[in-house]
Ligand binder design. Structure first.
Ligand code: UDP
Length: 502
């Protein structure tokens, strides 16, 4: 492997990575850290014990591959009422525990700052949710790179809302408005955009303002898509924000090339401990025809009410297609009983396979039997699916997912929408059925029909998949971005060394 980060031991670039403690931020930031280590940067990931357990095995494997990478584990503080080991914000985190976890993380700020001082890195890469790191890096005279979750497209759309406020010029939540100033003419409704744009006093408005201010002070940002996927928006983003930015994806396939890395990604411990049916799902997929199976997964943050689970189950069964459904956070009561009954039925008809809890998504997506993905449009899943050449049934729910859907369905034309209309926060799902079985069914039927439209969609996503593969190879767009950023950081380090000598 080429080394961008080393010109002899004395000049090895030293980095600290500080990931946020929810799966969709933790998993990609760890992957990006591992990519830097793959290309000769000395990497330390600062992390708390329960979060380290999620990815430690990948780091150990990288280290045994000769890469200079490690975790530096800092004990999570005791917080009144917070069970020991609860350090991660995901779909199974009780609502009232989220603020306690955040309280713990803010107590840790002092320890993280001390680790920066002790370890003397040449640069820091930290999640967008740690705006204080930009000042901590400045105190040490080193650059901070910010990891920005989401697509460039979504951030361009949000920038348009902040700058032009088209959503404040419509009469109702269901009336469409144009996303002003974007390279494409795209419409949305108020009910589809994050709450902070509709409620000026919402806490997230303040959080995102702080994030954006700290981004402006950073050396630059790193994203995890790839130029061929949303290059127009990558350029637009740099232009409208006036910031430096590098696109380093698809990160998951770049760094997780080995089946053991793919299998354990994001949840290594549980997979190993429970020995969850890898053979089961694999044997089941092996028995299915090429591109015939729908993979249905709604990420790491969703909590559906029973009524919505019923609609999903019926939509899948009524579709007549084979499906592999990842059912998460259905642990008790009516919902569990319903899904267990459903599982028995579809296992006996051999039409469906359910994975309870966490699925080895990267392995599933690359299986030839998988033909499409039903997704909530989480950015990681979007890029992983496109990388695998799979078209998408789009069902956005929260965060920036409705923007991602616009990119997939209206700009790139590689997805079919179920017609979701209402944005909901990840921990605010109530009993309302947001999408009915007929609408889920229609989108599945269109995508899996083999008709002209579905073939065109498939052709487009396969072309993007081919481009994704090239992006991370020598001379590809993301490879070149990585090389550029590391070389810039190296020359900053040399300038600093020379200044100190002079
Ligand atoms: N993931 C997985 N198995 C699961 C659920 C999720 O491996 O059962 C991974 C998935 O590959 C992706 C991440 O977790 O990398 C989820 O991120 P995404 O942005 O798609 O959704 P979020 O969790 O933020 O809603």
């Amino acid at each position: 492997m080429e080394s961008f980060g080393v010109d002899g031991e004395s000049e090895m670039l030293k980095a600290i990575f500080l990931p946020f403690i929810s799966p969709s931020h933790l998993v990609p930031v760890v992957d990006i850290a591992r990519i830097f280590a793959m290309y000769g940067v000395d990497v330390t990931i600062l992390i708390t014990p329960a979060n380290a357990a999620v990815f430690q095995s990948s780091i150990d494997r990288d280290s045994s591959r000769g890469r200079s990478i490690r975790t530096h584990v800092i004990k999570f503080p005791q917080i009144d009422g917070l069970p020991e080991g609860m350090e991660n914000i995901n779909s199974s985190t009780p609502r009232d525990m989220t603020s306690k976890i955040m309280e713990g993380m803010s107590i840790l700020e002092g320890k993280f700052r001390q680790a920066f001082r002790d370890m003397k890195p040449d640069f820091i890469v930290s999640d967008m949710f740690y705006p204080w790191t930009v000042d901590a890096a400045a105190e040490l005279g080193i650059p901070r790179l910010i990891y920005v979750g989401g697509t460039y497209f979504a951030h361009c759309a949000m920038h348009s809302l902040e700058q032009f406020e088209p959503h404040n010029k419509v009469g109702s939540d269901d009336e469409s408005f144009l996303l002003t100033g974007l390279p494409h003419e795209l419409e949305m409704t108020r009910s589809q955009i994050p709450i902070r744009f509709r409620d000026p006093n919402h806490r997230m408005g303040y959080v995102m303002k702080t994030v954006k201010e700290s981004e402006k002070k950073c050396y630059g940002s790193v994203f995890k898509s790839f130029h061929e996927f949303e290059g127009v928006y990558e350029e637009h983003y740099k232009r409208v924000t006036g910031t430096k930015s590098w696109n380093l994806g698809p990160i998951s396939s770049w760094v997780n090339q080995d089946p053991s890395d793919k299998a354990g990604r994001g949840h290594a411990k549980e997979e190993e401990q429970e020995g969850k049916g890898r053979e089961g799902w694999l044997a089941w997929l092996d028995s299915k025809k090429e591109e015939s199976v729908l993979y249905v997964c709604f990420g790491s943050m969703n909590n559906f009410p029973t009524s919505q689970l019923v609609e999903i189950a019926h939509a899948l069964e009524d579709s007549g297609r084979d499906f592999l459904w990842v059912v998460s956070n259905v642990d008790e009561g009516e919902a569990k009983g319903f899904v267990e009954e459903f599982e028995k039925r579809v296992r006996s008809s051999n039409k469906g396979y359910l994975i309870w809890g966490w699925a080895p998504q990267l392995l599933i997506l690359e299986h030839p039997a998988v033909g499409a993905v039903v997704t909530h449009c989480g950015m990681n899943t979007v890029i992983e699916s496109v990388d695998a050449g799979l078209p998408l049934v789009t069902w956005p729910m929260f965060s920036e997912q409705f923007f991602n859907e616009k990119l997939l369905v209206d700009v790139l034309k590689i997805g079919v929408a179920v017609g979701a209309k209402k944005w909901r926060d990840w921990n605010e799902f109530d009993d309302e059925v947001l999408v009915k079985r007929e609408d889920i069914g229609k989108a599945i039927a269109l995508l899996m029909s083999g008709g002209e439209e579905s073939l065109e969609i498939r052709k487009r996503v396969k072309a993007l998949s081919a481009a994704a593969k090239k992006a991370t190879q020598v001379g590809g767009s993301s490879y070149n971005s990585l090389k550029e950023i590391i070389e810039e950081l190296k020359s900053l380090k040399l300038q600093k060394l020379n200044r100190n000598v002079a």
